[in-house]
Write a protein that binds this ligand. Structure first.
Ligand code: GRF
Length: 202
């Protein structure tokens, strides 16, 4: 089977990336992570990539005159590896017009809240601060906004009385690690269709 070719863009820990790689190595998986791109030199995700034997490159945005030039370099790496789907996993930048135009409806992200609630940073703390009883995680297609693209899949996580942001984040993360590989495999089995803002999963 020709496996779907995934690149992961990350800035930090890389636990979602690791979950994807593990899922992709299960028998019958329809995708493979071929490339990791990272905007920070010290990201633990880079070491994880080395342990998995997956090519990983650090691309420092400060070495480029502007975001377009930075993203053109990213596109060159993606094209060399014939990447079909980009998965953001803790990538701490907004995706710009260059990457969005080159990979329309081929960029996904995971967010640790039930969007459209609590987009942006510290979503788990935002949810606790608001006092919601249920939060969770969302996989969505990426558009030019912050966590604003069409929702692909969500999982709910109950908020417990006295929860800390760390405890809630841990429980949400466990669900992230299951939801993201599931969404990727649906993408490559051709079972995601976008109609307007709605993603239909067949
Ligand atoms: C996750 O909580 C993800 O939802 C958010 O950033 C965090 C990344 O964690 N976008 P990791 O680097 O995958 O461990």
């Amino acid at each position: 089977m020709n496996k779907g070719r995934v690149a992961v863009l990350l800035s930090g820990r890389g636990s979602n990336f690791a979950a994807m790689v593990r899922a992709s190595r299960n028998p019958g998986s329809n995708f493979a992570v071929r490339l990791v791109l990272c905007d920070r030199p010290d990201a633990p995700g880079l070491k994880k990539a080395a342990r998995f034997g997956i090519p990983a490159y650090q691309i420092n945005p400060r070495q480029f005159p502007d975001k377009a030039a930075y993203e053109n370099e990213i596109c060159a790496c993606l094209e060399r590896e014939n990447i079909e789907l980009i998965c953001l996993a803790g990538y701490m930048r907004l995706v710009g017009p260059v990457l969005l135009a080159r990979y329309p409806q081929r960029i996904m992200n995971i967010h640790p809240a039930l969007l459209p609630s609590f987009p942006g940073l510290d979503a788990q703390q935002q949810a606790l601060g608001y006092g919601v009883k249920i939060s969770g995680c969302t996989v969505h297609f990426v558009d030019a906004g912050t966590d604003s693209g069409p929702v692909i899949a969500q999982r709910a996580v109950a908020v417990r009385e006295g929860d800390s942001a760390e405890a809630l984040s841990r429980r949400i993360l466990r669900q992230e690690h299951r939801l993201y590989p599931w969404a990727i495999s649906r993408f490559f089995s051709g079972r995601l269709q976008i109609r307007g803002r709605t993603v239909i999963i067949m």
